[in-house]
Design a protein around this ligand. Structure first.
Ligand code: ADP
Length: 885
């Protein structure tokens, strides 16, 4: 007992180790290989099974063949034994009878008696004859079991012993002649046997032959020896058929076909009748044995046929083959099916993975409920949103943990709505409680959950956190509100007009107030484009801007213009730009600011400036009044002197006519000169509209120097003028530039005069040169340098202040006006001291006039109407145009 247990114990681990080994090997294989093994394994086992079956059948078949062969051999040998025994016995009997006949111990009658007994006991013997040496028949007995020879029956004298019921004795008859119709062999076989018996003096068996009845027979010739002399023979004829019938055991005959054949293989007798089918069917097992000791070439043959053993006929075998084929076919089918299944499975799993990844990365919370409202599923986003873990939500019935406690009733109502499928398609806004107690806004969408069969199994709710969106929306609406408030509160009119349809897209309150709700106001403000817009409006709406690239149009900066609208009697500063409207259309936006008061103020201040300039010129003249008076005094004195001289000489009658004429001419010249002075002064102070025109610097300088000359002469100051050659034209108001120059010259002369300088240092230099300034570009620079005391530091800082003067009688408006005049010409005025070493030796005032203005011409000047200075004398072309229109 213990030994068995021990062995079973050792067997078990062995088995499990093998299993483990196999398991680990199996696991090491790739899934594809596993699949292949799983498919090929059964296939191979089925094929092996089939092979084993074939081998088994083969073996069994061979076994049966051998057995059958053996059986045929045994049966044949049994039959041989039987026949041989019988024939030996017969031969012995015949030999005994022959001895008796030869010794003449019996006569014919006794022979017949014995023959009768012999034949009766032996059904195979057809006849027994006593043949004499000369071959004549002494006696003969024919078996009644065998049909008689017809020939013999017709010959009554023949020594034939008939049936047992009648025995005949007859004298010896001559030997039967050879039957003419019998085959040669028939006749010759008994003869040959007889001759052999005579020759050999011992029993001889003839070769088988056909007797006249057509039965295969053979004869046994036993010689009759009378003291070693041959005295004939006892001849027994044996029918082969009967031999077989009686001496082959019936069980043997039943099992196998036993036949007798001659030496050439021709069948002489058989236990089975031979029909055509048997001839066609070749026997499978054949055993041949000679019917020894006969030695007449007779051979006993046993034959056996394959009965149930043929492969073709073996239903069982074919059934196994068919079943195996079916199994293989089904295995292949299963394999294909499995492959399809695994493909589907692969596709399904990748789809599942994709869905899972999607679900996990989704920011939308998903919640599934069954029809009773129990939570069956939540996705990670839902858990992340609410802060609850999956197990805290799944399986819960309302009230759910993520319902805010103060809104349970409302939540329940929404929930009921959800269960009834009445949730709005656009979703519902709800408050959701987080686990940490905070609440957020969410939007929930509900849709029915339908299974594969089309039945509803519950409800799927998706939830998005809209706190941020809501905040943005609130912010947006607040900013929109602010924006509208600002726009509506603007004093400026804001309007947006679509370019294509001339449709007013937006208008703020100010616009509506001034122009109403139609696009006319916009058109009016847009100026010349208004007509185009109006035209397009009535026309077939061909977009004149259609070909323009939108971006370039909208990126162009706003252009500004001042427009006067007569209907409103208002001036507007209109800024327009193209923009892409919210729907993508190109639209023109106008911002029109009411600048009427500013324009009025500007006009006023311009007017005032003009007045100031004029006044300043008058003041200058007033200041120069004594100089002018002095200047005028000379011609007037001269005229007076000339007149007095003429009068006295006329009175004295001492003047000739030519002298008189000369004197009068001189007088007239003096009067002319006085008139010229007055004319120039009048020209200078004449009130005139400021007007810019192309002018030459030389002319301006000449005029200014001529006027200043009066003052300079009075103050005894020299002037040196240098004007560069070929200066470009400048576009200026000559009177104003002349006024500036006069002012500077007068100041210089005053400074020199007040410093009481010696005559050698009393001079002024006026230079006009072209210059290039880094910040102004090309300019013409006018400079006035004097040899006066220069400018003190505190004076420099306040130089251009109105009403700043260091002179007791000075008004202090000269330089401030000069500056405004120069700046209105886009020029610059500067003042600096002149040094000799560190000592101030005078000062230099200079101003520039840009050349670009002159070369750019009038148009350039007028097109830019953003004036930097209110006192400028610039024109407003847009305004004029609008007014004209
Ligand atoms: P006003 O000549 O009436 O005083 P201005 O505006 O012409 O008024 O001049 C202002 C001041 O600038 C003068 O009072 C004087 O002190 C100073 N000034 C002007 N030109 C010169 C000059 N060439 N040299 C010295 N000081 C000058």
């Amino acid at each position: 007992m213990p030994s068995t247990r021990a062995s079973s114990q050792t067997e078990k681990p062995l088995l499990s180790r093998r299993q483990r080994l196999f398991g680990s090997w199996w696991k090491r294989q790739s899934p594809a290989r596993q699949d292949r093994f799983a498919t090929i394994g059964p296939l191979i086992s089925v094929l092996l099974f089939l092979a084993a079956m074939v081998a088994a059948f083969w073996y069994l078949r061979n076994e049966e063949f051998e057995r059958e062969q053996e059986s045929v051999k045994r049966d044949t040998e049994i039959a041989q034994q039987q026949i041989r025994l019988r024939m030996i016995e017969n031969q012995e009997q015949l030999v005994r009878m022959a001895r008796e006949v030869a010794t003449q111990a019996i006569d014919v009658d006794e022979f017949v008696g014995q023959a009768t007994g012999f034949v009766r006991e032996r059904p195979e013997v057809t006849s027994l004859s006593w043949i004499k040496a000369d071959r004549s028949t002494r006696a003969r007995y024919d078996s009644p079991n065998h049909p008689l020879d017809p020939d013999r029956r017709l010959e009554p004298d023949r020594p034939v012993v008939e049936a047992p019921r009648r025995a005949r004795t007859r004298p010896a008859a001559p030997p039967p002649p050879a039957t003419p119709d019998a085959p040669a062999s028939l006749g010759s076989e008994p003869d040959r046997a007889f001759a052999a018996a005579r020759e050999l003096r011992q029993p001889v068996y003839s070769r088988p032959y056909l007797n006249p009845l057509g039965q295969p027979v053979f004869q046994v010739h036993v010689p009759l020896l009378d003291r070693s002399a041959f005295a004939g023979a006892l001849v027994s004829e044996v029918a082969l058929e009967s031999l077989l019938r009686h001496y082959v055991p019936s069980e043997v005959a039943r099992r196998h076909a036993i036949s007798l054949i001659d030496g050439s293989g021709q069948v002489l007798a058989s236990t089975v009748t031979r029909d055509a089918a048997d001839v066609a069917r070749r026997p499978a097992f054949v055993e041949q044995v000679p019917v020894a000791p006969v030695g007449n070439g007779l051979v006993l043959r046993g034959q056996g046929w394959r009965t149930s053993i043929g492969l073709i006929g073996n239903a069982l075998f074919w059934m196994v083959v068919a079943l195996s084929c079916l199994t293989v076919w089904m295995l292949l089918g299963t394999w294909r099916h499995m492959r399809r299944r695994s493909q589907i499975q692969g596709a399904l799993s990748s789809e599942t993975n994709f869905r899972r990844a999607m679900e996990n990365s989704m920011l939308t919370g998903m919640r599934a409920m069954d029809l009773e409202g129990r939570i069956t599923y939540v996705n990670p986003a839902f858990c992340a949103m609410t802060g609850f873990a999956e197990h805290e939500l799944i399986g819960k019935l309302p009230p759910f943990p993520h319902w805010p406690p103060d809104r349970l009733e409302e939540s329940m109502r929404l929930f009921q709505q959800e269960l009834l499928g009445r949730s709005p398609a656009g979703g519902i806004e709800v408050k959701v409680l987080r686990k940490d107690g905070s609440v957020f806004d969410a939007r929930m969408y509900v849709s029915p959950l339908i299974d594969a069969k089309g039945h509803q199994t519950g409800w799927m709710t998706s939830m998005t956190n809209i706190t941020e969106a809501k905040r943005v929306r609130d912010q947006l609406s607040a900013s929109h509100e602010r924006f509208t408030t600002v726009l509506e509160g603007l004093e400026a009119a804001v309007s947006v007009l679509s370019v294509q349809g001339a449709e007013l897209l937006f208008a703020n309150r100010s616009y509506r107030l001034w122009f109403g709700a139609d696009a006319q106001g916009h058109a009016r403000l847009a100026g010349e484009e208004a007509s185009a817009v109006a035209l397009r409006d009535g026309d077939d709406a061909v977009d004149s801007l259609g070909g323009l690239p939108t971006q370039e149009l909208t990126e162009a900066s706003a252009d500004a213009r001042e427009v006067y609208v007569p209907q409103q009697q208002k001036w507007f500063d209109v800024r327009s730009r193209y923009l892409q409207w919210t729907d993508g259309r190109i639209a023109q936006m106008l911002i029109a600011t009411d600048i009427t008061s500013r324009v009025r103020a500007e006009e006023q201040s311009k007017h005032q400036a003009e007045r100031a300039q004029e006044t300043s010129r008058l003041i200058t003249m007033g200041e120069m009044a004594s100089s002018v008076a002095h200047e005028l005094n000379q011609p007037l004195t001269a005229i007076s002197n000339y007149c007095n001289g003429i009068i006295s000489r006329v009175r004295a009658g001492s003047i000739a006519e030519p002298d008189l004429v000369a004197a009068l001419e001189k007088t007239a010249r003096q009067a002319q000169r006085a008139g010229q002075i007055i004319h120039r002064i009048r020209e200078f102070v004449r009130r005139s509209e400021p007007r810019r025109q192309p002018a030459q610097a030389q002319d301006i300088v000449d005029d200014a120097v001529e006027l200043a000359g009066i003052e300079l002469r009075r103050r005894n100051v020299q002037i040196h003028t240098y004007v560069a050659q070929r200066l470009p034209q400048i576009v200026v108001d000559p009177i104003l530039i002349e006024q500036v120059l006069l002012n500077l010259l007068k100041n210089a002369a005053e400074a020199i005069d007040n410093a009481k300088l010696p005559p050698s240092r009393r001079h002024i230099e006026l230079r006009v040169v072209p210059r290039h300034m880094p910040d102004e570009g090309g300019v013409i620079e006018f400079s006035v340098s004097d040899t006066g005391p220069g400018l003190k530091d505190e004076v420099i800082g306040r130089l251009y202040e109105a009403f700043f003067s260091t002179k007791s009688d000075g008004l202090g408006i000269g330089l401030s006006l000069c500056r405004s005049i120069i700046e209105s010409h886009r020029g610059r005025i500067r003042a600096e001291n002149l040094y000799n070493g560190s000592t101030v030796v005078g000062c230099r005032f200079s101003f520039t006039v840009p050349v670009e203005i002159s070369s750019a011409g009038l148009v350039g000047n007028r097109s830019i109407d953003v004036a930097p200075n209110a006192s400028s004398g610039e024109l407003r072309p847009a305004a004029t145009q609008t007014q004209n229109a």
